[in-house]
Design a protein around this ligand. Structure first.
Ligand code: UD1
Length: 398
């Protein structure tokens, strides 16, 4: 299965400075005119100005990792960059990288900023969101403003531009699942305002297709992980990695028998690229691996990969925690031709070795002159690449 090439398009990535958004930018920027709209509240300009010796490393199966250059606000650049689409094929030597990257520092809830960023685009990847479930519980209206109200502005802007929208939904739409694996037709009973907002957005996407013929695709991400995932809401893998690296106790919440479907960000990028070209629009798709891993197994996996002496300890379970989660991937496989490629053990190993700078999963190969007003200063550097080990291990089964 190969991912389709997205070439010569004008593309907006909302939240392009964030964890998943920045990987999408990395994949798209070499051969497309890419705009990023981000208020950098949780995302970072550093994610768009990565150097060749990134701390986190980057995984692009069989691809030369891409670079990002230093477009500052509305300044467009036309510098050559290497490919990093996460696709099967090696970079096409016949294609000149001639994309550009424009960063609009603004909020998706600001109609002017949105208009400016979206002018003339034919494709929007809507990744911007307040991703903290806890914050959504503390302040539902605040998160609703971003996750739903502002998202509707994005959908309306897409109508204006006649642009396709691929948007980030979440497994949070399902709440506590009735059965595993969780199919797209499962009951949707979100347990948090965040999940409710994602569900509403996911449904709006479908209805914008039905009502206005807008091509939309909602991707319900399961538990995402990978390079550049950090911060207080970053997920169990990055927390465990940090703890293991510091030889501090790895803290399991509850008995550790709860399970999750962990999906690598490079697979999420590929799902987005497939959604950008599919005819099967107006639909929502699970994006997961179809496998599940217990948190206990995960803790051991991370500890082994790091070679850490961290003890594994237990503390109180998280209130309202979902016990088990595993995506039914038959629809996404059938309709989008998507299959996750990165096995958890391989993905974690590469995070560890990438961080140590020992492996060729390098990050984008150019560095931006990132400070506003400095213009662009770009440094092309050679990067190496190394294919991923494709899903060799299954950590646990149903
Ligand atoms: C994840 C998403 C959330 C989404 C939900 C959908 C992240 C960060 N969150 O939540 O946005 O709504 O999927 O199903 O990806 N754990 C520990 N120790 C820790 C941290 C976590 O044991 O230090 C446990 C948690 O109790 C939980 C599991 O690991 O059982 C996963 O936690 P987490 O990574 O926060 O993700 P979800 O709760 O699944």
């Amino acid at each position: 299965m190969t991912s389709p090439a997205i070439r010569d398009r004008t593309v907006l990535v909302t939240g392009g400075g964030g964890f998943i958004g920045s990987h999408l930018v990395e994949a798209l920027a070499p051969y497309n005119d890419v705009r990023v709209l981000d208020n950098f509240s949780t995302g970072s300009r550093d994610n768009l100005s990565v150097s060749s010796t990134s701390e986190t490393g980057s995984l692009w199966a069989n691809d030369t990792p891409a670079s990002a250059d230093g477009g500052i606000d509305d300044t467009e650049n036309d510098d050559g960059r290497a490919e990093g689409t996460g696709e099967d094929a090696d970079p096409d030597p016949d294609l000149d990288p001639d994309g550009s990257l424009t960063i609009v520092d603004g909020d998706i809830s600001d109609p002017m900023a949105l208009q400016r960023a979206a002018r003339g685009v034919d494709l929007i990847f809507h990744q911007a969101a307040l991703v903290s479930v806890t914050e959504s519980v503390d302040a539902p209206r605040r998160s609703n403003e971003t996750n739903l109200d502002a998202s509707l502005l994005v959908l309306d802007q897409a109508r204006q531009e006649d642009a396709r929208v691929v948007l980030a939904s979440s497994a949070a739409v399902y709440g506590h699942p009735d059965e595993l694996p969780i199919s797209e037709t499962a009951t949707t009973e979100p347990t948090s305002p965040y999940g409710i907002q994602k569900l509403a957005l996911d449904q709006y996407a479908r209805s914008y297709h039905e009502l206005y013929d807008l091509p939309t695709v909602a991707l319900r991400y399961f538990n995402a992980y990978g390079p550049r995932q950090q911060g207080p809401y970053s997920g169990v893998i990055s927390t465990f990695l940090e703890q293991a690296r510091a030889d501090e106790p790895i803290t399991i919440e509850g008995d550790g028998e709860q399970t999750r479907d962990f999906v690598h960000v490079s697979d999420i990028v590929r799902a987005n690229l497939l959604a950008a070209t599919t005819d099967a629009v107006g639909e929502a798709y699970n994006v997961g691996t179809g496998e599940r891993t217990s948190i206990r197994d995960l803790a051991e996996l991370v500890r082994d990969a790091v070679g850490s002496s961290s003890p594994i300890v237990h503390r109180d379970p998280r209130s309202g925690d979902i016990r088990h989660s595993r995506a039914d991937v038959s629809k996404v496989r059938h309709e989008l031709g998507f299959e996750a490629r990165v096995g958890l053990e391989s993905g974690i190993r590469s995070l560890v070795t990438g961080a140590a700078g020992e492996q060729g999963y390098s990050s984008p190969s150019t560095q931006q002159g990132a400070e506003q007003g400095q213009g662009q200063e770009q440094q092309q550097q050679e990067t190496q690449q190394q294919p991923l080990v494709a899903r060799p291990e299954r950590q646990s089964q149903d």
